[in-house]
Design a binder for this molecule. Structure first.
Ligand code: COA
Length: 261
């Protein structure tokens, strides 16, 4: 089975089934989306696209994206915020721009940018012990990468707005009720559940699968909103409230008071 060497992810492709697998492998930091990890995620999907380009027909029938340890991903690497860095936005396009179906396999924390990454996938399955949320608001910023729009498309704008402005953390049962997930099960059944779904999808005519998902994404994409989001994001990252929230996280300090400046 072909594999490729990366530092922060595991990558493999099963030629027989046409299924690719990527696993974020930075468990000590709960798979927080550091700049090098994001670069590898982008490369991982480019590698799948290359396999398609080289094949006579479609090589990659589905990709499963998961995380090692206690998290799918705990979101943006907050330590990088202190250095003025943000999650490179191309990571949020890696999965959604990939032509084939991408399935997020979530076992554990799926927060902030981690949730946005999961929303970039076409389908989400989660273990019962998973936890979700958009904590960005508490850090004085917004969920970038088109997070708000994607969440609204997945679960409806009323609940998406509530989650985005409260930073509420919710469990897998609620995520399932909200319509975020295709399926939910105990952690020890998650692999089988995802494999069985992927096997079903991989057996369908790939061009029809891809066209269907392409059309679904077309209905949900709002490029104008993305540009506006970047402008708002830049403004928020210069605010005192954001700086205070990041400092409190890094120093494990008391929750700061926000002054709106
Ligand atoms: N960025 C950078 N490091 C992170 C991180 C993040 N988003 N989330 C977790 N980590 C690190 C922790 O700093 C800790 O590192 P350490 O062992 O070197 O101290 C390690 O991952 C384990 O996290 P810890 O907080 O000890 O685990 P926990 O089970 O007590 O709490 C969370 C888990 C997810 C609730 C908590 O880590 C958290 O709130 N993380 C931030 C989530 C967030 O705000 N993400 C969105 C950013 S926009």
């Amino acid at each position: 089975m072909p594999t490729r060497e990366f530092e922060y992810i595991d990558w493999e492709f099963d030629e027989e089934s046409g299924v690719g697998r990527v696993r974020l492998a930075r468990p000590d930091a709960l798979n927080a989306l550091s700049t090098p990890l994001c670069a590898e995620i982008v490369e991982a999907f480019e590698a799948f696209a290359e396999l398609d380009d080289e094949a006579d027909g479609v090589a990659v029938r589905a990709v499963v994206l998961g995380g090692e340890g206690r998290a799918f991903s705990a979101g943006a690497d907050v330590t990088e915020f202190a250095e003025g860095r943000t999650v490179p936005t191309d990571v949020y396009e890696a999965a959604s721009n990939f032509a084939g179906p991408v399935v997020a396999k979530i076992d554990g924390y799926c927060l902030g940018g981690g949730l946005v990454l999961a929303l970039d996938c076409d389908f989400r399955f989660a273990s019962d012990r998973s936890e979700f949320g958009l904590p960005e608001v508490g850090l004085g910023i917004l969920a970038s990468g088109g997070g708000i729009g994607k969440l609204a498309a997945a679960i409806g704008s009323t609940r998406a707005r509530e989650l985005a402005v409260t930073g509420e953390r919710f469990d897998a049962e609620r995520a399932d009720e909200d319509g975020l997930l295709v399926g939910r099960c105990p952690a020890d059944e998650l692999d089988d559940r995802v494999e069985s779904f992927v096997e079903t999808v991989a057996a369908q005519p790939p061009l029809a699968v891809r066209a269907t998902l392409d059309l679904a994404a077309f209905h949900e994409t709002a490029d104008g909103a993305r540009l506006y989001e970047r402008r708002l994001d830049r403004r928020l990252r210069r605010s005192d409230d954001h700086e205070a929230a990041v400092r409190a996280f890094l120093e494990d300090g008391e929750a700061p008071t926000f002054h709106g400046r």
